[in-house]
Design a protein around this ligand. Structure first.
Ligand SMILES: N[C@H](CCC[C@H](N)C(=O)O)C(=O)O
Length: 325
């Protein structure tokens, strides 16, 4: 009852009904909207409402499938999509969402293309649905240029590890909106890279004991990451197996993060800990990541994507957002 009382959603305008599909990829869950015939004109507050697990449908991200531009259609790019985090912010890339997109457009007969190509905020992805229903995604090449993550090194000095580096983060430098206990004296070191979206990867001895819920927000909101960051906690089991937990930017800890799995494996390969094909065990399922180690080569990810249910929901025209407690 406390939750109900503390966070109400005041619906202040006439509602509009929309249909949606609930999907999940390794437990990372999505509300998928078909905007191929026209856009719903949703605002960030609508995405927050749809993602809300008490007052909406509940999801880590919202995936809106859209028609291609004429230029893209002429180039064989069959769709576009945009993805918003549970906090309403638009994101550049989403690996588990990409796999769910591929199954979605096939299951609804929106295309027979296989692989299917799609325009996203971080570029064009190619997705192949395998006979067993898993999906293989060409995620493009990782990005290491710090300014493109974006990460501001400032006066920090990296620690050299293998043929690469890890950056020190003083969590006490955190912005107050982290809202978590970030005054730990422990200096952590993270690998910094982008998979179209920003990632910070740290190595831990045991993911089950990692303080993801405390350190996660402190890393996400650290001022060195100019657009916040996804924080990956990686346990190296052996050179072809890791366990991973990710505190996602704009969503909190999810059961799996596809771009996070790619970022962790790429970091592990560059730091000398992993071989070129790695099984990533997440709390929601297993993802397989392959990367040659050549900086310009694409990362490939294979994993599950499942439709959970279809539904319809009334959306307020302008959700007022959660009531003050
Ligand atoms: N939270 C991420 C977006 C979703 C990524 C994740 N769900 C995936 O599967 O890659 C970000 O803000 O960059």
């Amino acid at each position: 009852m406390a939750t109900q009382a503390a966070f109400g959603w005041r619906l202040i305008m006439a509602a509009m009904k929309i249909r949606f599909t609930k999907m999940q990829g390794a437990g990372n869950d999505f509300v998928v909207l078909d905007e191929t015939q026209g856009r719903f004109g949703l605002e960030p507050a609508h995405y927050r409402f749809l993602a809300d697990r008490h007052f909406g449908v509940g999801a880590d991200q919202i995936l809106s499938v859209r028609a291609p531009t004429p230029e893209d259609a002429a180039a064989g790019i069959a769709f576009g999509y945009v993805i918003h985090n549970a906090d309403g912010g638009e994101v550049e890339n989403c690996g588990n969402g990409a796999r769910c997109f591929a199954r979605y457009v096939h299951e609804r007969g929106l295309t027979q293309d296989n692989p299917v190509r799609v325009r996203t905020a971080s570029g064009v992805l190619s997705l192949a649905v395998q006979p067993d229903g898993r999906v293989t995604v060409d995620m493009g090449a990782p990005v290491f240029e710090l300014a493109r993550v974006p990460f501001e090194p400032g006066a920090r000095t990296p620690m050299v590890v293998g043929s690469w580096q890890m950056w020190p983060l003083d969590l006490k430098e955190n912005r107050p909106m982290a809202g978590a206990n970030c005054d730990s004296d422990a200096l952590i070191h993270v690998a910094v890279l982008s998979m179209g979206n920003p990632h910070a990867v740290l190595r831990v001895d045991d993911v089950a004991r990692a303080e993801v819920e405390v350190l996660g927000p402190c890393i996400e909101h650290h001022p060195a990451f100019l657009r916040r960051v996804n924080a990956g906690f990686m346990q190296v089991v052996d050179r072809s197996n890791i366990r991973l937990r990710v505190f996602e930017r704009g969503a909190g800890e999810t059961l799996a993060c596809g771009t996070g799995a790619c970022a962790a494996v790429v970091a592990g390969i560059r730091l000398g800990w992993l071989d070129s094909r790695v099984d990533v065990r997440t709390r929601g399922g297993r993802l397989t990541i392959e990367w040659s180690g050549r900086l310009e080569d694409s990362v490939h990810m294979t994993g599950p994507a499942v439709t959970v249910f279809e539904g319809e929901i009334e959306l307020p025209e302008h959700p007022a957002g959660p009531d003050a407690p």
